[in-house]
Structure formats: structure tokens, C-alpha cells
Write a protein that binds this ligand. Sequence first.
Ligand code: C2E
Ligand code: CA
Ligand code: CA
Ligand code: CA
Length: 277
Amino acid sequence: AKALGRNNYRHFTVNLSNDGYDRLEWITRLRNALANGEFMLHYQPKIEVLSGRVTGAEALLRWRTADGQMISPAEFIPLAEEIGLIVPIGEWVLNEACRTNRAWQAAGYRPIPVSVNISAIQLERDDLVHKVTQALNETGLTARFLELEITESALMSDVNQSIATLNRLRELGVQIAIDDFGTGYSSLGHLKRFAVNTLKIDQSFIRNITTDRGNAGIVQAVISLAHTLGLTVVAEGVETPDEYRHLSARGCDLIQGYYTGRPVTADQLVTQLRPVR
Ligand code: C2E
Ligand code: CA
Ligand code: CA
Ligand code: CA
């Protein structure tokens, strides 16, 4: 919580309270949103470069308010973290994503893992492993069809605790991805000790990848590093065919971004569980 602090609060005051609501009103609205069922999940496909198939989907939280306004998670998650509401919201996301993925499988679609974002606040709590176990048990989803995305900076806030938690999650059989990789200052020594399956290269490194030598070099290095450690590597925020070709030529395993598919509803996502290119 400490690490998230001020910047996000400033972000909140700039973006949310411009709408004629003050901070306390936003807190009330956010609390009611969960009770009123105003949250929903969209799913963004992850495309395997070699096969061109959808081999995963990331669940992304959406808040549709009673007056029809859509509020971005970038706006309300920092506030939800600050007031601890991210814990029940995160639990709802976990259950909803597992339930939906189980329903896709029950309907006969090719099984894929669903990826759920886990906040730093959830990671530092003792009950995370229990909550994940519960979501799997209650929905009947097999553990390997759930992936948890944890940011590099969340993992770095207490390295030893993170290592222990990741080990327990891996024992459950869920998959783990390090999100926003490259922005969190982890040393290679730490990386080796984190029991993860996947690195997700932050989208800031994908921008201008075909012209920016620095970004191209970083991305190439992360792909090599991931493969050396036996990890899968995902590029996020891929927007153009040139970016796609650049990454595919350099051995990136999975692509996620507007070019290969925007976040869509669960019903729209399942229609993509077939070859795309
Ligand atoms: P993230 O986990 O890094 O998710 C990727 C964000 O990039 C998503 O924004 C996605 O819609 C967006 N994106 C995907 N492809 C492209 C692209 O090609 N170009 C660009 N410019 N953007 C792209 P979104 O859905 O607004 O989510 C923002 C952040 O909010 C997420 O970043 C994640 O940190 C957080 N978030 C979303 N859902 C949850 C959740 O259920 N729990 C938690 N704790 N955080 C969440
Ligand atoms: Ca993510
Ligand atoms: Ca990310
Ligand atoms: Ca991000």
C-alpha cells in the first residue's frame, strides 16, 4: 500500500473528482458498485505467434455506473486499493473469471487459461492462496486454466514473502505471469527465484519498437532472458502489423494488443476460440 501512495491519489483527484463528486462520494459509489452488480469483466485474447490461435485471455475489470458511464480501472483501482476495497473486488473478479472460463469449457469450447490481475494489496495478504483455492473449488475450474498476473513492482515490495506465496500458488497448479515486466527494477537474481511461467513485456517497450533502437534492444533481451529461464514471453499493447511482425521475427511467444484483439465481452471472446490467421 505504501508503494502505491501519492501518485495514484493525485491521479484520482485529477480524474475522478472532476465529475462533481468529491472523494467521499466516490468511495460510497465504489462500495455500492460491488453490491449493485455494476462491475463486469471484459476479456482480451492472447495470440500464440506460431499457431495464430487464441491461447489465453486476460480478464479486465469494467465499471458501468447506474447512469451508464463506463469508468476505467486505471481510474478507480488506485482508490479501491487505498481503501482496501480491492480485496472484495479482487475476490469477485477471481470468482467471475473462473466461473466464466468453466462455463466456456462446459459449452465445449477449446480450453484456454484465463488470466486475472492480482493487486499488490491482495498479494501481501495471508489469505490469497486460500481465496484462489476457494474460487477453483467453487467453480470447478482446473487450476492450470487459471493464470494470475502480478506486477513486477508488487513482487518486489517484499521479495521473500513473494517467493513464498508464489511457491504456494504454484503448488496449487495455477500459472503465474509477471506483469508490466521491465518497469519494476527486479534483479536477475530475484527473477530466478520467482516461481513463474510467463513474463509480460510492458507495453511502453513495444511503442515504436520498429524505429526505437533502445526499445527494440530491451525487448530482444527480455525475450532471450525469458527463454533462457524456460519462461513464455508475452508482448502486450501490440497495435500494428509492423509491431506484430517485428516481435514474431524475434521469437516472442504470445501477442496481446489492439492489433490482434481488443478486450470484449465473454460472449464475444468465445467466438474467437478458433484459428484467427
Ligand atoms: P494491465 O494489466 O497492464 O492491462 C493492460 C491494459 O492495456 C488494459 O487496460 C488493456 O485494455 C490495455 N491494452 C490492451 N491492448 C492495448 C493496446 O494495444 N494498446 C493500448 N494502448 N492499450 C492496450 P485497462 O483494461 O484499462 O486496464 C488498466 C489496468 O487496470 C490494467 O493494466 C491493470 O493494472 C488494472 N486492472 C484491470 N483489471 C483489473 C482487475 O481485475 N484487478 C486489478 N487489481 N487490476 C486490474
Ligand atoms: Ca495485466
Ligand atoms: Ca500489463
Ligand atoms: Ca500496466
